[in-house]
Design a protein around this ligand. Sequence first.
Ligand code: GAL
Length: 422
Amino acid sequence: MMKALLPQLMLGALFAATSSLAPEAHAQASVKPAAAAPAKFTELAKTPQMGWNTWNTFACDIDEQLIRESADALVSSGMREAGYVYVNIDDCWHGKRDENGFIQPDPQRFPSGMKALADYVHARGLKLGIYSDAGAHTCAGKPGSRGHEYQDALTYARWGIDYLKYDWCDTEGLNSKGAYTTMRDALRAAGRPVLFAICEWGDTKPWDWAADVGHSWRTTGDIYPCWDCDFNRGTWSSWGVLPILDKQAGLRKFSGPGRWNDMDMMEVGKGMTEDEDKAHFSIWAMMNSPLIAGNDIRKMSAATRKILTNRRVIALNQDERGIQAWRFMNDGQLDMYAKPLANGEWALMFLNRADKARSYRFDWNEHELKDEFTHNQVHFGKVRHSFTELWSGDTGDTGKPYAMNVPAHGVVVLHLRPQSPR
Ligand code: GAL
């Protein structure tokens, strides 16, 4: 143990004292060396990160071939062009630590090594993500980063890693803010910009402490591909789309550029109905969740590809203002969400939670929207807006009530733009 820790400690000291610091850290250091506060890479994740992750479909059954094929599929499916740039390897890529404590990839599954894989991914205009854990072991029992944070961060930087998902298994007795801050500082010290995705399932309210630590934080336990269910796994549960949505109550004020509420990797294309998948995707977009696909993108259906690459819906998620939607009405079965966008535009989502389709007539005169958090407000009855429905492409304006049919477990999503003043 001591043997493994020593190089790690030496590295920490070296980082604190010398030249591998990022330029702005140098600037601070020259003014007041002792106060050179490491920080997260603030230029990343100005809009929610988009990409693909191995876990939801493949769990531990991963290897470099899968990663290469999936990178290729991101390109050939049009997903990269739609914004999905992160190729994220989740748990189980690990081999052992070497005699100095440096982590190695599993030599059977990743025989070419991570640097070669990063080169492959980068050559396609994509970025490579990896996974570790704040405890001594990951959730699948692989080596975690505890006591090796600076070494691991340095290793990731050498490999060319761009994204770190950092989990929370095997952490009894650890302080979450402290543990995640240590890894943030290690990443900063290693010098390569790495998007830092916190994954402690919302257990210690990361929204209260993580804005300066990471770029996103999971708000819940794991997702499961179902509409309104939870899947009991003994000591913990995985959650369907609606339970995850409902667990976001009260969190919107913490969301914004560089600090996102992460509702977990998506289950689009993993067995729910097409309407449920469209709703799931629309909800994640409206709530500013990272859009990380979790299906087998090498083999997805045309319908799944179309959902994941719906640029009009993606544009809501990627809006530069980064304001998370709020629920302004619900009648038990039909939820209505509003999201203020750049240029005085708005998105509205009508979400039918029920098992039956629902006809609904929305009278623009009856709804003045006031966002108590950002103070955006609009009265569509008074200021006429044109709109597009983002799944059907239907268009209209707010001059007359809108009669809609919202599918069971489905959505209608409108993007509204103010017409020039009359
Ligand atoms: C969980 C995490 C999942 C996945 C898994 C890997 O803690 O929430 O998204 O990363 O660990 O073991």
